[in-house]
Design a protein around this ligand. Structure first.
Ligand code: SAH
Length: 219
C-alpha cells in the first residue's frame, strides 16, 4: 500500500477530528494549525505511516516528538494570538514550532535546541516546508535573551522547575506552559504578574528530561 498525499491529508483530518471529539482541542486556531502542518514530514521515513496516530514517535538521538494530543493541549493552553512572539525550548524535529507558527505567523517563533544535529536538521526542514521559524543551537536554560520579551513561552523537555530566565523573558502579562518535575511530571501554566507568578497545574505528563544546566542543577 502506497501513501498518496491525499491519503495522508485524509488521515490527518481524521486525527484532528478525533482530537476535537475527545476534547483535546478547544480553540479553532489550534485545530486549523493541526490540520495544516504535515506531521509526516517531521518524522523519520520509516514512521510516516504512523504520523497520524495519536502517539509519540522517535525522532532519533534518543528524543521523541510528542503525541498530537499533547501538542494540541499545550498549544491551546498557550492561548496564542496572531502576531504573538513565542519562545520554544526544545525544537526537536520542529513539528510543534510549525504548529505554533501557523497561528502566530512567520518570523514570530524563536526555538532553542540543545542537540546540534537536531537544530540543524529542523532549521533546514522548517525552511523547506515554508516555515519562517528561528532555530538556535544552545541550552534553553538561559532562554534566548537577544529576542526577549516574548508574549508566550513553552518547553517540550522537562526541568525540575521552569528556568527563571524563561519566565523573566516572558514577563508580566505573558504565559509559560511547561512540563515540570524530575520523576513525576506535571504540566504547569505560569502567568507572571507585576508582583508575582500565578501557577495552574494541568495533570500528569511525560516528556524527555531537560538536559544541560537544568539537569546539572537538579541535584
Ligand atoms: N517540540 C518537539 C519535541 C521535542 S522533544 C517536536 O515537536 O518535535 C524535546 C527536545 O528538547 C529534544 O529535542 C531535546 O534535545 C531538547 N532539549 C533537551 N534539553 C534541552 C535544553 N536544555 N535546551 C534546549 N533543548 C533541550
Amino acid at each position: 500500500m502506497g501513501h498518496t498525499p491525499e491519503d495522508l491529508d485524509a488521515a490527518r483530518d481524521r486525527l484532528v477530528d478525533q482530537l476535537v471529539e475527545r476534547g483535546h482541542v478547544e480553540r479553532g486556531a489550534t485545530a486549523r494549525a493541526l490540520r495544516a502542518v504535515p506531521r509526516h514530514e517531521f518524522v523519520p521515513g520509516g514512521s510516516r505511516r504512523r504520523a497520524y496516530e495519536d502517539r509519540p514517535l522517535s525522532i532519533g538521538n534518543g528524543q521523541t516528538i510528542s503525541a498530537p494530543h499533547m501538542v494540541a493541549i499545550m498549544t491551546d493552553l498557550l492561548a496564542l494570538e496572531r502576531g504573538d512572539r513565542v519562545l520554544e525550548i526544545g525544537t526537536g524535529c520542529g513539528y510543534h514550532a510549525a504548529v505554533v507558527s501557523e497561528i502566530v505567523g512567520p518570523g514570530n517563533v524563536y526555538s532553542v535546541e540543545y542537540d546540534a544535529e537536531l537544530a540543524r536538521e529542523s532549521r533546514t526542514r522548517l525552511a523547506r516546508l515554508g516555515y519562517d521559524v528561528h532555530v538556535r543551537h544552545g541550552d534553553g536554560f538561559a532562554g534566548w535573551p537577544e529576542h526577549a520579551p516574548y508574549d508566550r513561552a513553552y518547553l517540550t523537555c522537562a526541568p525540575a522547575s521552569v528556568p527563571e530566565a524563561v519566565v523573566r523573558q516572558v514577563g508580566s502579562g505573558g504565559r509559560v506552559v511547561a512540563p515540570e518535575g524530575k520523576h513525576v511530571q506535571t504540566l504547569v501554566v505560569l502567568t507572571p504578574t507585576e508582583t508575582d507568578i500565578e501557577r495552574e497545574t494541568h495533570g500528569r505528563v511525560r516528556f524527555v528530561p531537560m538536559r544541560g544546566e537544568a539537569d546539572a542543577t537538579n541535584g
